[in-house]
Write a protein that binds this ligand. Structure first.
Ligand SMILES: [Zn+2]
Length: 418
């Protein structure tokens, strides 16, 4: 572990992430700030928020205006920003509450997404600077494979295995073509690998399961062939586009040995900061993020997975110290990708995995009085950038026995040997 640092800069992650889509990712030296987390014990009386699933049902349920009019801001169909994300959230809420109306609403949303999928506004938006050059064709959250992934999950839950298999076959075909970014969870092959691994756990034919499993392994190996096994200067270290996501995907896809050298290097380069440990956004930089996409929360998600395999006391101690970093730098922004929703669901997932429930209680207290901040161009419908992501995160924190970070974390948090 590196020696501690006295001062560091916490970057504005939403800004950072918006820039990263355009390929002009720049950190402005000297203009960063450490943002103090709002004190949950402040003198303002906390307002207890409404039930997140009831709110989700009112906004996007079978009787909702949004479903009737399909009145979504472009891109209308993607998993991160549009109708596929609404469908995914409703399907997960249906699982948590065993609620068939929510599942039917999820099915209606994915059918609507499919119906609009060939429109010009389905996956791109010039106003949002989301073009095919920036999002590609083989991204799970931003392009067509995400829609088919969600459709397959929903058709399986609804009791239509033939429909689920047809969607899975289409997913495989699209996932194999035009892969532009290899070592990237959010914009390329590693997100597809995680989705393929998840689809393979469902009871479809052995042939499809083998094909999905081969696809996930191939994409994980391609990523390591691209990055090598050593951290390079300026390499991204976070979950959405960097090493933490690559290590997580490698473990989740059943190839943990491939990630071990990198896990050791991440352990050695952790920077102590009083009770916490942190990693910068890029190797060697002095800029830090606290959310899921580029920051500490993404590292906590990765190390929870690593500890579930290692069960070592060293990794367990590290987990507590990363959780302290996430907790200390709780974000005022509400989103799943760059803000509090992602931090909360990852803290509660870690709490559930380690059975250290004081973290869950702290996080629920925080969420109950949390008043989110949203960027000016915020789209409430967006799972990763909008209020929908906060509703789903709250549903995970409040209702799930094994809370999951949406889209990328699946299955029980306990290791197979437990
Ligand atoms: Zn982000």
């Amino acid at each position: 572990m590196k020696t501690g640092i006295r001062n560091f800069s916490l970057i504005e992650e939403a800004d950072l992430h918006a820039r990263s889509y355009t390929g002009t990712f720049v950190i402005r030296a000297g203009t960063h700030f450490v943002r103090k987390a709002p004190n949950p014990m402040s003198s303002r009386a906390p307002k207890r928020s409404a039930d997140p699933i009831r709110e989700m049902r009112a906004l996007y349920g079978l009787d909702s205006r949004a479903l009737r009019e399909f009145s979504l801001v472009p891109p209308q169909c993607s998993l991160a920003l549009g109708a596929s994300g609404i469908a995914y959230s409703l399907a997960r809420a249906a699982d948590l509450l065993h609620d068939s109306d929510l599942l039917l609403a999820a099915d209606a949303w994915i059918a609507a997404a499919e119906q609009h999928a060939s429109s010009k506004r389905a996956f791109v938006s010039s106003a949002q600077r989301l073009t095919r050059r920036t999002i590609g064709f083989a991204s799970l959250p931003f392009a067509e494979p995400g829609l088919l992934y969600v459709k397959s999950l929903i058709r399986r839950r609804i009791g239509d295995p033939a429909g689920a298999d047809a969607a899975t076959r289409q997913f495989i075909t699209l996932a194999k073509t035009r892969l532009s970014r290899v070592a990237n969870v959010h914009l390329g092959g590693l997100g597809l690998a995680l989705a393929a691994k998840h689809l393979a756990t469902y009871g479809s034919s052995t042939r499809i399961q083998t094909e999905l499993s081969n696809l996930s392994h191939r994409y994980v190996r391609l990523a390591w062939a691209k990055t090598g096994a050593h951290i390079r200067p300026n390499q991204r270290l976070g979950f959405a586009h960097g090493i933490a996501g690559q290590v997580f995907a490698t473990y989740a896809c059943g190839l943990p040995e491939a990630a071990l050298p990198m896990v050791g290097q991440l352990r050695d380069t952790a920077i102590p900061l009083r009770k916490a440990v942190i990693w910068p956004v890029r190797a060697g930089s002095a800029n830090f993020g606290a959310g899921w996409c580029n920051g500490f929360a993404g590292h906590l998600l990765m190390w929870t997975k690593v500890w579930q395999h290692s069960r070592s006391s060293e990794d367990r101690e590290l987990l507590d110290r990363i959780a302290w970093a996430v907790w200390k730098y709780r974000m005022p922004l509400g989103s799943l990708c760059c803000g509090a929703a992602g931090q909360a669901v990852i803290l509660v997932s870690f709490s559930s995995a380690t059975e250290d429930y004081h973290w869950k209680r702290k996080t629920l207290d925080w969420l109950h009085s949390f008043r989110p901040r949203w960027p000016r161009e915020s789209r409430p419908q967006s799972l990763f950038q909008g209020k929908l992501g906060l509703l789903l995160a709250r549903a995970e924190c409040e209702y799930a026995t094994r809370p999951q970070f949406p889209v990328y974390q699946h299955g029980p948090c306990l290791p197979p040997n437990r």
